[in-house]
Design a protein around this ligand. Sequence first.
Ligand code: MN
Length: 240
Amino acid sequence: MSPAKKTTRKAAPKAVKKAATKKPAAKKTAAARKGKTESLAEYNRKRDFTRTAEPAGTRARRSNSAGALRFVIQKHAATQLHFDLRLEMDGVMKSWAVPKGPSSDPSVKRLAMQVEDHPVSYNTFEGTIPEGEYGGGTVMLWDTGTYTADSATDGDDETAALAGYERGDLKVTFHGKRMHGSYALVRTKGFRGSSSSKPSWLLIKHRDQYARPAEEYDIVAEHMTSVVSKRTMDEIRDAG
Ligand code: MN
C-alpha cells in the first residue's frame, strides 16, 4: 500500500464525520455567505471586464477594522450626467445614482436612485467606460472620505448604518474634502426613474453648520474637477 493511499483512506472518514457534526452551523453560514456573495453578482453580470477598466467585483473581507467607513461620490457622464453616491457597508459600497448631485440646502430634496452594490475597489476608479458598455462614459472622483452614522451608539457606525439602510431611513455625516455635515437618505415608496427595480430615495441635507441656502451656494457647480487628479471631465475623457 502506498503512503498516498493510506492518507486518503484515513482522511476520508474523518472529513465525513466532521461535516456531519457541524452540519447545522455550516448550513447557516453557507446561506449567509451566499447572500453576501450575491450582493456583487449584479455588478459583475452587467460588466465585461475584458472591455472596461472598472474593477471586478469581489467582496472586501472586512472594510476597515479600525472603524472608519468610506464613502465616494463619482461624477458620471453616462447617457445622462449624474453623481454616484456610495457608502461602505458590510464589505461593499451601497450605491445611489443622484441625477442632480447633492445639495447643501436643507429645503432641497434630491432624487437618489438605488443601483447595484459596487466593490470597495471602485472607490479609486476614475476614467472612461467605453461607449456601448454598461454605464459608458467618463467617471470622475468628485469626493472621497469617511462617514459616520448619526444613530450610532458606542461607535458602531456600521451596525447603525446597516440598520438605517434596512429601515430606509439612513442619517449619515460626511467627512469628505467637499461633503461635510449630516444628510438623510430616505427611501420612498416609488420606483421613479429606476430601471433596476430598486427603490428611489431622497437625499436631504440636515440643518447644521454646513447647511447653505441654494441661492448662495451650489456645491456641485463649485467643484468641477476631480478631488484626486484635479482633472476636468474633458481632461479625463481625453486621457482615454
Ligand atoms: Mn453611474
